[in-house]
Design a protein around this ligand. Structure first.
Ligand code: NDP
Length: 338
């Protein structure tokens, strides 16, 4: 069960706690040794799995019914019983969707100070330097291993993971193709991020589009959506291609799994299809990531579109909207009131 501070929650079926800061009720204790004012929430697709009570075999347990959602966020220490965290220090961590979150000792392993030297605005720690951006970096290093001249196709390409993956591959000299769910997102990929080609998968059938836009086949697929798009990739992928199994968002709300017809091509084409969870691997790349990405941001060589909504009370709608493609860029909820 995710720890939470035990206060009443309000909202729809998605719980968050909105309450005025009342010092007398929010005391750090041995079990909850840290009190954080939450500033920015990272609204992420993986949270969907935690609303499913049957997902016990998942890598994270389901949320306790009625408890506030707990996700990646940026906050500032209000009170601390721990030597390593001082009042006023900015932190990244797993914090509840609350204005003031008491942090249980069991999640302290996921809490760390904003890295020194990056010198970027706090919102960037759920944006361009946030978990999805780390995911793009990790997936490429661990599985994709891109080489100049290869073709990479990225689904959900205008999103938090996709836009980072695409730009890193562009910089490495790959032929980058993406798909997204609106014409505006497609234009962004082509005109702002300079993908060679992009298509709206709601207007063009993925199989036909991939044949058209990837004339040399696909060497790497950054898999974010699953379903029909994955099946199309399996059809046109090159021999010895790699599929970075990052996510399958089209399946998260699906009643039945999509019936893949081309799965046999993994064998026939010697395709490497490897899934990964960023938290299992990011530590291997953390040092080079923090050396690479802030530098690219400062040099304005990396664009990163964010989609910010103000107000904790909007978090449930933002989350549901993101699952349906309403976000354009990394979905963030801002709690900063000053
Ligand atoms: P995004 O910012 O890309 O937002 C989600 C997007 O998914 C929506 O905007 C929508 O874009 C697209 N989408 C929604 N439904 C569908 C559908 N049925 N078919 C195709 N696309 C759909 O999210 P992230 O970048 O944060 O996440 C991208 C993927 O990466 C997700 O699958 C997520 O679970 C996964 N992930 C995996 C991690 C790991 O450790 N393995 C860590 C972080 C993320 P559009 O308008 O283009 O349809």
């Amino acid at each position: 069960m995710p720890p939470h501070s035990g206060y009443p929650v309000v909202g729809k079926n998605i719980a968050f706690a909105k309450r005025p800061y009342d010092e007398s009720k929010l005391k750090v204790t041995e079990d909850f040794p840290l009190l954080v004012k939450v500033l920015y929430l990272s609204i992420d697709p993986y949270l969907r799995g935690r609303f499913d009570a049957s997902s016990y075999d998942s890598y994270v347990p389901p949320f306790e019914q009625g408890a506030p959602v707990c996700g990646f966020a940026v906050g500032v220490v209000v009170d601390s019983a721990l030597d390593q965290f001082k009042k006023g220090q900015n932190l990244i961590g797993l914090f509840n969707w609350e204005e003031y979150a008491l942090v249980h000792k069991s999640v302290l392993q996921y809490v760390y100070p904003t890295p020194k030297g990056a010198n970027l605005p706090l919102i960037d720690y759920v944006g361009v330097l946030g978990m999805p951006s780390q995911t793009a970096y990790t997936g490429l290093k661990l599985v994709g291993q891109p080489k100049a001249g290869e073709t990479i196709f990225i689904s959900a390409a205008s999103g938090a993971v996709g836009q980072m993956a695409g730009q890193l591959c562009k910089a490495a000299g790959l032929y980058v193709v993406g798909s997204a769910g609106t014409d505006e997102k497609v234009e962004f990929l082509k005109n702002e991020l300079h993908f060679v080609a992009a298509f709206n998968y709601k207007k063009e059938k993925p199989l036909e589009a991939l044949k058209k836009y990837c004339p040399k086949g696909i060497d790497i697929y950054f898999e974010n959506v699953g379903g029909e798009t994955l099946d199309a990739v399996l059809s046109v992928a090159n021999r010895f291609s790699r599929i970075i199994g990052c996510g399958m968002i089209s399946q998260y709300n699906a009643k039945e799994p999509y019936p893949l017809k081309n799965i046999i091509n993994i064998v026939k084409k010697s395709i490497t299809f490897r899934g990964f969870i960023v938290s299992d691997y990011f530590h291997e790349y953390q040092k080079e990531y923090y050396a690479d990405i802030p530098k690219l941001v400062h040099e304005k060589k990396l664009k990163y579109r964010i989609d910010v909504t103000k107000g904790l009370e909007n978090a449930p709608d933002v989350f549901l909207g993101m699952l349906h493609g309403k976000n354009f860029g990394k979905s963030i909820v801002e709690l900063v009131s000053e």
